[in-house]
Structures are given as structure tokens and as C-alpha cells.
Write a protein that binds this ligand. Structure first.
Ligand code: GLU
Length: 458
């Protein structure tokens, strides 16, 4: 059987870096094993899901370099879920319940007052056919619960029943079904909650491994029980830790915080985002990986931390900076085209300034400094003024090249006796207007003789 994974976002917002962590764990795992990657939109919540969000999520994944082998939408597969629900009903494993949200809330409060866990007592199972008919006549519509297999012969006397599995991330896991309420699979309006469609799809699509956030661990206990009730083989499971903000708050699709769309707009490189999404909370250093293949070699699900990992924006900046620092010209050429750099100077310009850019778009600022007009009128000390005149006089002949800076400053040093900062700083300030920036050896040929002469005050 082909190894098959799926990433199953509900399209109720754009995905954030925490969702990307799930997508990449699945994608890299499948790539490594030569498997298939399914993108499945869990869009059974018709009110909150939109096609625009789904398309946006596909764009976000494409930006990172994830190309699904196939895309499914749960909204187009409802008849399969209905058929599965009918099978469960026929086995007496899916039963109608009529309590309102308020009634359930009161039940929970009563249990809490007696110091008992808020587990549903299966009261609806006791309803006779007539009582159910009466409730329906009153206008109540049932929601449907799955009868968890946590009892011997009497469903009103639950017993400890452990569902166990060996988690790809967390090792041996078990969930006691007696500690849980029978899960609602179908709402009173007839719509499906996430639980059953996910199982039906995983079964029908041949999903062999489900890798998702550890907020689903308890769900997995329930879902394995439902897989078994439907006669389906449950896939393997892996639950990775979640990402939080630095304050420890969970990330949310709805708030749009740290969405891939925003990070992209802010100018982050996809591989900086991907590297952090995967490597944070995993043993080993967090470094920018050049491509997804390199990142794949770092994937080790068993080395993922079991407590939440904090997303640190400063870390993302560092990765972006380190990555930009290594980007060859070809990787950024389309993004520099609008700068109108002089022909033939595009590549040397990029190679000169990239170490001083955290974002590729900062190259625009350096282009202005190299090729534009600098604000004049700096107040030089008399000593520096004399020094700059000397500098002007010592400029090497001919067009500048990569050795010109060294030749120039060696001559100046010999002539003026200045060295170190006293030698370089006035030149940097005169040539760029700044006290920091890219190596002047690289910039000088780009600034060229004419601008250099003018900036030295000649
Ligand atoms: N739509 C579910 C979610 O976003 C998918 C969970 C799963 O991978 O099974 O939480």
C-alpha cells in the first residue's frame, strides 16, 4: 500500500505557521518515503468555510513548495458520510439525542456540583420510540451520538476501556474511553461534525498515516473506536506539539496572526518560514535550510518536543537574514527587476548588498544609496575635510574594479598615516551617507568614479 498522508485544514481562514508545521511534517514524511500527499479541505461547516480561503490555502502551500497529489473537498462527499452514518445507526451505534445546549449545560453543572466528571450519561438511550416521537412532534430535531465501546453488556455502566496506539511522535499512547462522553457526530441541523467525515475519508482515501497537532490526541482514541466500528483499518498516528506566541497563546486561523499570507507580504522567504515551522521544538539547531529536500533530511518525528514550542519572530528574522545572505542572484533577479539597475551591474550589486539585507526588498534602499543622489551638506571637521581632499587626489586611475578600494586605501594610509576607523569611516560616510553598510570594496565599482568624486566633494 502506498504511504499516504493528508493535510486537512478547514478553510475558515488562511493557514498560519502552526498549520504549516502540520502540513510540512506530512509533506516531508511522504516525500521521504515516496508517498502521496492529499490536500483535503474539511469544509463541512458551510457557514464559516469559503472557497476563497481554500484557494488562499492552496496558494500558501504552493508558495512554500508543497504540491498536493490530489485535492478533495468534504462538501462534495457528504453522501459517503451519510452512508457511514446509516451503517452505524443500523448497528445501534449512532443514537438520537434531543437535549438542547442549555439542558446539556445544566446536566454538566449538576455533575460538577457532585464532584463528578462532565460525561454524558446516555440518558437519550433510555428514550422509548414513543418518547422520541413525542419530542419530534414538539419540533425537536435530534443530534446523533456515537456509542463508545466502553461497557460490557450495560451501556449505563461504563468500564475502563483503553484504546492504545504507538504514536510516531509520542510513543505509546492510550485513551480511556470511559472518561469520555459519547461524541456527537451529526448536529441537529443534519450537518456533520469533523469526526466522522475525517474517518470515512481517511479510510476511503487509503490514508496510512495521520500526522496532526497534539490537540487531537483524545480525538484519536475516539476515532480509532469508530474506525473499528466501521470495519476500517485505522491508520498510524503521530501528534506533534503545537506552536504558541511568545506569550504562550495558541495561534488561530481566525485571527490571521502569523498567517503565511502576512509573512509572505512582509517579505519573508518561504524557506525561512518552512525551516522555522519544522525545526522549532525539534532536537538540533534551528538553521535556514536551502530547500525542502534539505529540510527533509532534518525531519525526525521522534525528536519533536512534547510540550508547546514558542514562535519567536526574532528567530524568523535571523533565519531570513541568514538565508538572504546566501541567495544567489538568480534566485532574486525577478524581484530586483523593478529597481532598474544598470545593465551588467545587477549581480555584483546583489552580491555586495545581500549580507546587509534581512529582506530581499531592502536591496531597494541600497540601490538608492549606490545609484541615487545622497543628501549633501555634511559638516566635516577641518581635519576630515583635508583628509577627503587627499582621498580625492589619491583615487586610482581608470575604471574601478574589485581591487580599487584596497589600492586606494593603501595609498591613503601611506600618505596620511591614518588607519582603522579614522581611515575608513570618513570615506564610508562620504560615499554612502551612513556609518554602516556593505563592504566598500564591492560598492566602490558600483558607485563609480563620477559619483565618488562628487561625494568626496570634488
Ligand atoms: N480539520 C481538522 C483540523 O483542522 C483536521 C484534523 C486532522 O488532521 O484530522 O483540526
Amino acid at each position: 500500500m502506498t504511504l499516504t498522508v493528508r493535510f486537512a485544514p478547514s478553510p475558515t481562514g488562511r493557514i498560519h505557521i502552526g498549520n504549516l508545521r502540520t502540513a510540512l511534517f506530512n509533506w516531508l514524511f511522504a516525500q521521504r518515503e515516496g508517498g502521496r500527499f492529499i490536500l483535503r479541505f474539511d469544509d463541512t461547516d458551510r457557514e464559516r468555510s469559503t472557497r476563497a480561503f481554500a484557494d488562499g490555502i492552496s496558494d500558501d502551500l504552493a508558495w512554500i513548495g508543497i504540491q498536493p497529489d490530489i485535492v478533495h473537498r468534504q462538501s462534495e462527499r457528504v453522501s459517503l458520510y451519510e452512508a457511514a452514518a446509516e451503517r452505524l445507526k443500523a448497528q445501534g451505534l449512532l443514537y438520537p439525542c434531543y437535549e438542547t445546549a442549555d439542558e446539556l449545560d445544566r446536566k454538566r453543572k449538576r455533575l460538577a456540583a457532585r464532584g463528578l466528571p462532565p460525561v454524558y450519561g446516555r440518558e437519550a438511550l433510555r428514550l422509548s420510540k414513543e418518547e422520541r416521537a413525542e419530542l419530534e412532534r414538539e419540533g425537536r430535531r435530534p443530534h446523533w451520538r456515537f456509542l463508545l465501546p466502553n461497557f460490557g453488556s450495560d451501556p449505563f455502566s461504563p468500564e475502563r476501556r483503553f484504546v492504545t496506539w504507538t504514536d510516531l511522535v509520542r510513543g505509546k499512547q492510550s485513551v480511556d474511553l470511559a472518561s469520555l462522553s459519547d461524541p456527537v457526530l451529526i448536529r441537529a441541523d443534519g450537518s456533520f461534525l469533523y469526526t466522522l467525515p475525517s474517518i470515512v475519508d481517511d479510510g476511503e482515501m487509503g490514508v496510512t498515516h495521520v500526522i496532526r497537532g497534539d490537540d487531537h490526541v483524545t480525538n484519536t482514541g475516539v476515532q480509532i473506536a469508530i474506525f473499528q466500528a466501521l470495519g476500517l483499518t485505522a491508520p498510524g498516528f503521530g501528534h506533534h506539539n503545537l506552536l504558541t506566541t511568545l506569550d504562550g497563546e495558541g495561534l488561530s486561523k481566525r485571527s490571521g496572526a502569523l498567517s503565511l499570507a502576512t509573512l509572505r507580504e512582509e517579505g519573508y522567504e518561504p524557506m525561512a518560514v518552512a525551516s522555522l515551522a519544522v525545526l522549532v521544538g525539534m532536537s538540533g539547531s534551528i538553521e535556514p535550510m536551502a530547500d525542502l529536500e534539505a529540510l527533509q533530511s532534518r525531519l525526525d518525528l521522534s525528536a519533536v518536543s512534547q510540550s508547546a514550542s514558542k514562535f519567536d519572530p526574532a528567530e524568523l528574522d535571523r533565519l531570513n537574514h541568514d538565508l538572504v545572505h546566501q541567495l544567489p542572484y538568480a534566485a532574486v533577479a525577478p524581484r530586483l527587476a523593478h529597481l532598474g539597475l544598470p545593465e551588467g551591474e545587477e549581480e555584483p550589486f546583489w552580491l555586495s548588498v545581500r549580507a546587509n539585507c534581512t529582506f530581499v526588498n531592502e536591496a531597494a534602499g541600497w540601490a538608492k544609496i549606490v545609484y541615487g543622489d545622497l543628501p549633501g551638506g555634511r559638516d566635516w571637521s577641518d581635519e576630515d575635510r583635508i583628509f577627503l581632499d587627499e582621498a580625492l587626489a589619491c583615487l586610482p586611475d581608470g575604471p574601478f574594479d574589485e581591487t580599487s578600494w584596497k589600492d586606494w586605501t593603501s595609498a591613503l594610509k601611506a600618505k596620511t598615516g591614518r588607519k582603522g576607523k579614522a581611515l575608513f569611516m570618513p570615506l564610508r560616510l562620504a560615499l554612502t551617507g551612513l556609518d554602516h553598510g556593505p563592504e566598500l570594496a564591492g560598492l566602490l565599482p558600483l558607485i563609480g568614479r563620477e559619483r565618488t568624486v562628487a561625494r568626496l566633494g570634488g
